[in-house]
Ligand binder design. Structure first.
Ligand SMILES: Cc1ncc(COP(=O)(O)O)c(C=O)c1O
Length: 572
């Protein structure tokens, strides 16, 4: 390996730097150029710093440089390609056209385990010595890391104990068994990644195994950083920003450390779900924040407490953050599907959702945005929920309640007013002799189109409510239209939510054991983040106080929908 010598001429602020390449000194004019040079060449050159050409102070600045460039070195030396492949970086053509920027997808869903996770896991495991490999490894994972560890254990012929939360999708459990074969032992424990993690630490001690952390380990971070190495090689042209989903922060740390060393002008933007935003909250408050709960819809990124090293690296390198909601994640899954015919898992689509939100917020036009499509381990039974919410996330569906006079010709007029629009849903029930109430879903192309359609109906004499942003209408009433009952006296209507997991509905039902009569109950399992239930309860006016106390004691999130106009129209 050729030696490259760095000279400092002069002293203090007036010092000039020269690098000697092929025997000839070349001046380095700016600090950034100097830093980049050190970092860029670290793996390829040995640097020796000297003063004015005389080697008086050789090693001191090198220590500084080494600390700074450590990740670059580790990423360049990472062992990932025994198991991982270099994935394509390809344009998302129709999404790009829709948002007026070039969106490039880094297709990490095309890894053998359908996510980037095997890079970090394998790099860690491949650096273990023979004795450690003989004893075996342990990890805690919500699924994708586990698959990487399982594949690594198989490849390196070691054993892996894999602790997964009980909420882990079956698809991921089966995949771990398939990739690891006889080399893995699966332990299901706890409801979130953090619960599984604590249990894994106990087992690690007990069994003398090596812990393979899913994100907070320099070797894991370096393995994930190889994603960035490929991106910069695959697209040497200008890149405005790279969008990266964050769980514990391993992927973004590796990507950011590499990119900021070589192309510091490229922005690194972290993306989290609104209900799993531990990294954003931690960065905002300057210290690591532990979340009490995390949303489970994007299970790959459902992390309550980020790593200390990943937190440090994010603070240092990440330029900005975006939070996205469930509907936006679903819309992004649809975007990727339209361009690639591949279904991302929710965490795998987060970066795309973040890129869309960021481009809209900053009014970007004509820029190149890279989004890491980082995983496709999607449980099939979630697709119905995703498909339903994607339209709303994309603001491509308006939901309206329209009252029609029970008169000849009024239905025809209603259809004429709708025009050639696609109807996504249509529910109808005669409410009384004078009026019929329609619940109608319409495909739209713009965010405010629902308001315009509603205004048009009203102009033509039809009473209309725009329910596009009404959770009660979208989740429940669309399936319950026509449920007026003269018997439901003193009915109160409540919506409840509980984290969806096996047995949760039964637990909810057994806790709903009040003295009041239940007059309505609607639940639909949508393979979603939360179980959503609508309950009508008949409570005499003088018992309302006791009822409120009962609600408080239940311990579920709830909303009083008794005065919701859509309820009054269709059920009350
Ligand atoms: C699909 C997917 N995306 C993103 C992440 C988040 O990665 P990290 O924990 O390194 O931030 C994970 C973690 O498992 C994942 O599985």
């Amino acid at each position: 390996m050729p030696a490259s010598t760095l000279f400092v001429k002069g002293c203090g602020l007036r010092a000039s730097l020269y690098v000697v390449k092929n025997g000839r000194p070349a001046p380095i004019r700016q600090y950034r150029q100097f830093a980049c040079h050190l970092e860029a060449r670290w793996a390829a050159f040995h640097f020796r710093l000297s003063s004015g050409g005389q080697s008086k102070t050789p090693p001191i600045p090198l220590i500084m440089a080494q600390k700074k460039t450590d990740y670059l070195k580790q990423i360049l030396n990472a062992k990932v390609y025994d198991v991982a492949r270099e994935t394509p970086l390809e344009p998302a053509r129709s999404l790009s056209a829709r948002i007026n920027n070039t969106v490039l997808l880094k297709r990490e869903d095309m890894q053998p385990v359908f996510s980037f996770k095997l890079r970090g896991a394998y790099n860690k495991m491949a650096h273990l010595d023979a004795a450690q490999l003989k004893r075996g490894v342990i990890c805690a994972s919500a699924g994708n890391h586990a698959q990487g560890v399982a594949l690594g254990a198989n490849k390196l012929q070691t054993t892996a104990v894999i602790v997964m939360p009980v909420t882990t999708p079956q698809l991921k459990i089966d995949a771990v068994k398939r990739f690891g074969g006889r080399h893995v032992e699966i332990v299901l424990h706890g409801e979130s990644y953090s619960d599984a993690y604590q249990h894994a630490l106990t087992l690690e001690q007990k069994k003398g195994l090596t812990f393979v952390h899913p994100f907070d380990d320099p070797l894991v971070i370096a393995g994930q950083g190889t994603v960035a190495m490929e991106i910069l090689r695959q697209h040497p042209g200008p890149i405005h920003a790279i969008f990266v989903a964050i769980g514990g922060g391993g992927l973004i740390s590796g990507v950011a450390a590499y990119v900021k060393a070589l192309r510091p002008e490229i922005k690194i933007i972290g993306v989290q779900m609104c209900d799993s935003d531990a990294m954003i909250r931690s960065v905002e408050s300057g210290k690591r924040v532990q979340l009490d709960d995390v949303g489970l819809f994007a299970d790959g990124t459902a992390v309550k407490y980020v790593g200390s090293e990943t937190f440090r690296l994010c603070k240092q390198y990440v330029d900005d953050y975006v939070r996205v909601d469930t509907d936006a994640a679903c819309a992004a899954i649809k975007d990727v599907f339209q361009d690639t015919r591949t279904v991302m898992e929710p965490s795998g689509a987060l970066a795309i959702a973040g890129a869309k939100a960021y481009a809209a917020k900053h009014k970007l036009k004509g820029e190149t945005l890279v989004a890491i499509a980082c995983g496709a381990n999607m449980n099939f039974d979630r697709l119905r929920f995703v498909a339903e919410r994607a339209e709303i996330g994309e603001q491509r569906e308006a939901v309206l309640a329209v009252s029609l006079p029970e008169a000849r010709g009024s239905f025809r007029k209603f259809c004429e007013l709708l025009g050639p629009r696609n109807i996504t849903e249509f529910n109808y029930r005669i409410a009384d002799a004078k009026e019929a109430h329609l619940f109608v879903g319409v495909q739209t192309s713009k965010a405010d189109e629902g308001d315009k359609i509603a205004a048009n109906f009203k102009r033509h004499g039809f009473k209309t409510l725009n329910l596009t942003n009404d959770e009660l209408a979208k989740l429940h009433l669309r399936h319950l239209v026509g449920g007026h009952s003269p018997l439901a006296k003193n009915e109160l209507l409540y919506r409840f939510e509980f984290p969806e997991r096996p047995g949760a509905l039964m637990r909810f039902l057994s806790s709903m054991n009040p003295n009041w009569n239940i007059s309505l109950f609607h639940y639909r399992n949508q393979g979603a983040d939360y179980g959503r239930i609508l309950v009508g309860i008949q409570v005499p006016p003088n018992e309302k106080k006791a009822f409120k106390e009962f609600l408080q004691a239940l311990g579920y999130r709830y909303w009083d929908e008794s005065n919701n106009p859509a309820y009054k129209l269709f059920l009350g």
